[in-house]
Design a protein around this ligand. Structure first.
Ligand SMILES: *Cc1c(COP(=O)(O)O)cnc(C)c1O
Length: 360
């Protein structure tokens, strides 16, 4: 069996021990004589799987009492719509920080339901840095303030939680959730599609403060109402059972590694391999401001764009896959999610140095 090094931005690499365990339990989950995929979501066995997954996430993130964990569907993209549907107070505006492609998608969707105030935008810098907090024009009466903690395409990441005052802070953490410790008590709501750093596509995690439930208008479809989902323990309809099971295994794996502090240490070490490489050459270039560089998604360009194609072809042949940058920005992007080992990043760096030697 041969496994490639998968640098995809999503769906991303999963931990081998998790895949091995899922494979071992595929035909007969813990003596039940069936796979998790075939279980009733109302069975004791599955209710226990879901409860353990929730507990795993709560422990890792240190989710305080007073917050609900929801396992939903529709991806982060559905949250772009659900957040304003549920949290917007009648007639009130919503504050959004614009740091790149994913922020813009969230903003577009929020505009459909009412006024949106862009507190600051990274557009002038071509989204290569986070606008300084002092320059944000926040509305103290906003229903909430939304930001994207890690721009998966641009490679810009917050390394701290911004101050939102008394306004509920809402964060799209799709591509850096569980990449390190975060103080959940600072947030009103956190959401993330699972397929970057949690598990299979099809699951969306929402962590929401109790007081923000029950604000959706009566006309809101049940499936899109956080309060309905919370009241039914995320089982208003059939949840994505398989994805929840795998997510639970990933949470256990992260805990076994040592929890969020250790995971953050590993991720910083991995990212440093590439950022140090960029600092020592003009052949490769990372456009992102040093202070805002992402540890999860590392975009870079080659000095000579005519080498892009041979770079990708040779990388692929060397087992280094999915390095092509997003179609909107071009160049390359290496995604270094939790399940990408340090040895994988070192292999990429060694390939890059060798490629430069041959083509530089
Ligand atoms: C991938 C991604 C999304 C979109 O996620 P879907 O689950 O495909 O809807 C939104 N925001 C960020 C930051 C992402 O990385």
């Amino acid at each position: 069996m041969k496994r490639v090094l998968n640098f995809s931005a999503g769906p991303g690499v999963l931990p081998v021990p998790v895949l091995e365990r899922a494979a071992a339990e595929m035909l007969d989950w813990q003596g039940q004589g069936l796979s998790v995929m075939e279980m009733s979501h109302r069975s004791d066995a599955f209710i226990d799987i879901a409860a353990r997954a929730e507990q795993g996430l709560r422990t890792l993130m240190g989710v305080p009492d007073g917050y609900r964990v929801l396992f939903l569907q529709g991806g982060a993209t559905l949250q772009f719509g659900m957040v304003p549907m549920n949290l917007r107070r009648e007639g009130a505006g919503a504050d959004y920080l614009d740091t790149g492609q994913w922020s813009k998608k969230a903003i577009e969707e929020a505009r459909k339901s009412g006024p949106v105030n862009i507190v600051a935008s990274g557009a002038a810098s071509k989204y290569t840095c986070i606008p300084p907090r002092g320059d944000w024009a926040c509305d103290p009466a906003a229903s909430y303030l939304h930001y994207t903690s890690n721009e998966t395409i641009g490679g810009v990441q917050f390394h701290h939680v911004p101050d939102a005052g008394a306004v509920p802070l809402v964060c799209d953490m799709s591509s850096d959730i569980l990449s390190g410790p975060v103080d959940v008590s600072r947030f009103g709501l956190i959401y993330a599609g699972a397929q970057k750093n949690i598990g299979p596509a099809g699951l969306t995690v929402v962590v929401v403060r109790d007081d923000l439930l029950g604000r959706a208008p009566k006309s809101t479809p049940a499936m899109l109402d956080y309060a309905v989902q919370a009241a039914s323990e995320s089982m208003y309809n059939t949840p994505p059972t398989w994805a929840i099971y795998i997510a639970g295994l990933v949470f256990d794996w992260l805990q076994d590694l040592g929890g969020m502090d250790e995971v953050a240490r590993r991720n910083a070490e991995k990212a440093k391999v590439l950022y140090d490489l960029f600092d020592g050459t003009e052949f490769y270039r990372c456009p992102v401001a040093s202070a805002d560089r992402s540890v999860m998604n590392v975009p870079f360009t080659l000095r000579d764009a005519s080498l892009d194609e041979p770079f990708l072809r040779e990388a692929e042949a060397a087992g280094l896959q999915q390095l092509k940058g997003h179609r909107s920005v071009g160049g390359m992007r290496a995604s270094l999610y939790n399940a990408m080992p340090l040895s994988g990043v070192r292999s990429l760096a060694a390939f890059m140095c060798d490629f430069e030697r041959r083509h530089g």
